[in-house]
Design a binder for this molecule. Structure first.
Ligand SMILES: [Zn+2]
Ligand SMILES: [Zn+2]
Length: 162
């Protein structure tokens, strides 16, 4: 973790994660952190689920969690399920306004952002902070592009360290 602190010069909102040193932080703290993360994702999940009609399985895959995990999180966030929820009450919420561009960017996840690949896609965090799930920080990449990007970043940081 130390090299992160030296090498990156992060904007204030990610300083915390760059300098975070104690993996032994208590369980309570961790679950609180998870709750915060899911709270931040709530608008995004609601939009994907109720406006874009993504399945829970697809959303789970998108965030890299299990189906049970996403179900638990959605329950905690009080997002009604398709079967007995009032579907579409939030439809159109993001159709106008600045946010729509971001959501559209996110939805273009059928293709790598750097090459024409359409399979083996992953979500990359542009600032390399996996806690920062703001849409503008997310990018869809195929595995080869993703790993070469991370290799390049690794070398960049290593050079800064020497
Ligand atoms: Zn690619
Ligand atoms: Zn990445």
């Amino acid at each position: 973790m130390r090299y992160l602190k030296i090498a990156c010069n992060p904007p204030p909102h990610i300083v915390k994660s760059c300098t975070m040193k104690n993996q032994q932080a208590g369980n309570q703290k961790r679950s609180q952190k998870a709750a915060e993360t899911w709270n931040k994702r709530k608008a995004e999940i609601v939009w994907l689920y109720q406006s874009q009609m993504w399945s829970q399985a697809r959303i789970a895959e998108y965030y890299g969690v299990t189906l049970a995990g996403i179900q638990k999180a959605m329950k905690r966030l009080a997002i009604p399920s398709h079967s007995h929820g009032r579907r579409g009450t939030l439809n159109g919420r993001y159709k106008d306004g600045s946010e729509s561009t971001l959501y559209r960017l996110m939805i273009q996840k059928d293709k790598c952002a750097m090459c024409p690949a359409t399979t083996g896609l992953v979500i990359h965090h542009r600032n390399f902070d996996h806690q920062d799930n703001h849409l503008e920080n997310l990018q869809v990449l195929c595995l080869p592009c993703h790993s070469s990007l991370h290799k390049r970043e690794w070398w960049r940081r290593r050079k800064l360290q020497l």
